[in-house]
Ligand binder design. Structure first.
Ligand SMILES: NC(=O)c1ccc[n+]([C@@H]2O[C@H](COP(=O)([O-])OP(=O)(O)OC[C@H]3O[C@@H](n4cnc5c(N)ncnc54)[C@H](OP(=O)(O)O)[C@@H]3O)[C@@H](O)[C@H]2O)c1
Length: 362
């Protein structure tokens, strides 16, 4: 599913929520501007809890770059599209940084996620690597595919301002087509930004044949691609070569959108494809009671461990709008890799069931 389709689905589901919750949502939105909780007046908010202990999350070299990344990062599409209140974003990001997070991934088109990140943690900029994406903001203004050099340079400038930083650690082309990549102008734009010192490294974020080209062409430092229990095309198509070439690999949608949690087809259209795939894959760990097992061998634990320990993967950028989630997922990863037997059975099931159309989902 393309990002714009995702946006449409999410907008529709957000609109439904607005209709259903009516005046309450309007109040919540007004309070969000002030960075307050929608449920409690500011003077009744609890005192700030003591900082939870740091978690010993594994750190890995990010390809040939100078970065060493904690294997659990943070993906900000969810906070942007779900319009998470600023106060909640502050809590999510500050708590995760306190506990060991050091990669924050965003994009200029995730609604106002870049601004939210800037407001929440620009003051702690030295504690994390900041990755963003470009390709959907036109120089003359307006949204839509914008892969020409001027638009991309303009978009990078906007990202710097919104994130309140002088330099991005990584800028990624946000899922342009194979044909656009082959033209080369978009790659030149990123190379220019790197030369000018606006970004330190450059990458491609996307899937399937375009991702393969991005790896083969040798011009990118990193690849961000979908890898999870319901999306395994990259495991043979791109990950081994990316690893061989020393690229940093970011696993997007790493927990398969937790699509097993829905009893019936989800209303959030962005989660539908994985939900349908999981219905057919019918993994024992992601059906029945196991879906609610919060331990490392339950659905979330198995899914996340499957992704995080795929050869080549450096960091999993799980999306969340919950302050406690980063810690929960970091605890799950402490169990380490799944047994060889479990990985084999997940791979075998995929090979048995996946159809040719089950390509990497953008
Ligand atoms: N083309 C692209 O470049 C592209 C496309 C897609 C995604 N991305 C990047 O990848 C990031 C992650 O992707 P994503 O957010 O779409 O997918 P994801 O990380 O696989 O799934 C996020 C969903 O899983 C839920 N979740 C997380 N941990 C859970 C747990 N332990 N148990 C149950 N549910 C859990 C979250 O809900 P809660 O809110 O309840 O935690 C959230 O709804 C994005 O934020 C974005 O940065 C990039």
């Amino acid at each position: 599913m393309s990002d714009s389709t995702r946006r449409d689905f999410l907008k529709r589901s957000a609109a439904a929520t607005v209709l259903a919750s009516g005046a309450m949502t309007a109040a919540a939105s007004a309070m969000r501007q002030a960075g307050q909780s929608a449920t409690k007046p500011a003077d009744k908010q609890e005192a700030k809890p003591a900082t939870p202990a740091k978690i010993d999350v594994e750190r890995r070299p990010f390809g040939k770059t100078d970065m060493k990344v904690a294997i659990l990062g943070f993906g900000s599409a969810e906070i942007g599209y779900e319009r998470t209140e600023q106060g909640v974003v502050d809590k999510i990001l500050n708590a995760a940084l306190d506990q060991g997070l050091n990669v924050v991934d965003t994009a200029e088109c995730y609604v106002d996620a870049e601004e939210q990140i800037g407001r929440a943690i620009a003051g702690r900029r030295k504690e994390f690597f900041l990755f963003s994406k470009c390709g959907h903001t036109k120089k003359e203004g307006g949204r839509g595919d914008a892969w020409d050099k001027d638009s991309l340079m303009h978009s990078i400038e906007l990202s710097l301002k919104r994130c309140k930083t002088d330099v991005l650690d990584l800028i990624q082309l946000h899922s342009c087509s194979l044909e656009t990549l082959q033209k080369g102008e978009c790659i030149e734009a990123l190379e220019t930004a790197r030369k000018q010192g606006k970004v330190r490294y450059i990458g491609y974020s996307g899937d399937s044949r375009a991702a393969r080209y991005a790896v083969e062409c040798g011009r990118f430092d990193s690849l961000q691609t979908s890898v999870n229990i319901a999306d395994q095309e990259c495991i043979e198509l791109t990950l081994p070569l990316a690893k061989e070439k020393g690229m940093g690999v970011i696993a997007k949608r790493p927990i398969a959108n937790a699509a097993w949690r829905y009893d019936t087809q989800p209303e959030n259209g962005y989660h539908v494809e994985y939900w349908k795939r999981l219905q057919k894959l019918a993994y024992a760990f992601a059906t029945g009671d196991k879906r609610n097992d919060n331990g490392p061998d339950g659905a979330a634990g198995t899914a996340l461990r499957f992704t995080a320990f795929q050869p080549g993967v450096c960091v999993c950028i799980v999306g969340t709008s919950k302050p406690e989630r980063w810690r929960q997922n970091a605890e799950l990863l402490k169990a380490g890799a799944l047994s060889e037997e479990s990985v084999k059975s997940i791979r075998a099931r995929w090979k048995e069931i996946a159809s040719a159309e089950w390509i990497g989902q953008i």
